[in-house]
Design a protein around this ligand. Sequence first.
Ligand code: PYR
Length: 353
Amino acid sequence: MKAIITVALVWVGALSPAWSESDTIQLTLAESWGEGAPVFGETTRRFATLVEQLSGGRLSVQVDSANVHGQPLGIFDLVKRGEYDLGHSASYYWKDSVPNTLYFSTMPFGMMAVERYAWFYQGEGMALMDEVYQPHNLYSFPGGNTGVQMGGWFRSEIRTLEDLQGLRMRVPGFAGEVLSEVGVETVNLPSTELFDALKSGELDALEWVGPSLDLDMEFHSVAPYYYTGWHEPGTELQFLANRDTFDRLPEDLQNVLTIAMRTVAYDMWILSHHRSAVNWQQMEREYPNIQVRSFPPEVMNALRDANRRLLAERAEQDPLAERIIHSLADYQKGTRRWIDISERAYLGNMDAQ
Ligand code: PYR
């Protein structure tokens, strides 16, 4: 009889021992954003400061912007490979390599920030996100919400579905898939390349965030039509952590990281709202050429149909995608019943004549 030899393969996290409580540790973080980016960059700096303060100096984080690591849309791989310990980016940037990551940023016609946070922390969001990221040796955490985003800057007005045909637009995430479905040629470019691409004519339109970040980008000087949102109702950025590194940390420092991430994510949501309010007032005052528009019903109906169709296709093709899509849809259905008689009703009551 053949002897059966069981070989226990032990994965020793990056072959490095755990850090002890007396070690002073410096981690590196790669962010997708350009140096000194408002709101997003302020969030990572605040994270680094908070980590140092909460750990009493035992843990520090060196933040490298896109100009240092040169891979604004490559944070997933940088952290997965362990070239960086941490990342700050947006989960939908990885939709081409790991399609199920895209559900954790935002979805067209989906949930707003407060609903999405409720899904992450009180619903199934965190567990599903971990299921998607764990096979890639990554932890993923909410990293700050932009609130409802604007639908983008267009050189000319969109009056019919025909006006979208062949338009070249920068738009990431599932909104890119949906817009492609109705005839738009979509691409994703990092924020650092957006203005030049729009100005040079490489792009006919783009979306970035909203007044909080768009003001400094000066898109209004090239494309005056500013469309209201449908596609990113509450974009959640993302902290990534290499699991080997994270697991080597003493438990109290793991807690420092997660508490700091959660704190700065909340702060970013509030800051986004504040900056958009302040910047929009400035934009209205100083740039009267900006024309706010909403897409006409014909366009919205086509986008809604395409969104529904594409989601059904994805759910059919992949069981994990199906669970995530259903979890999002079920949660949204429940939360909207409350939004309808709270926020929506309140705004209606305000406007009642
Ligand atoms: C974007 O890349 O469009 C974000 O909103 C982060």
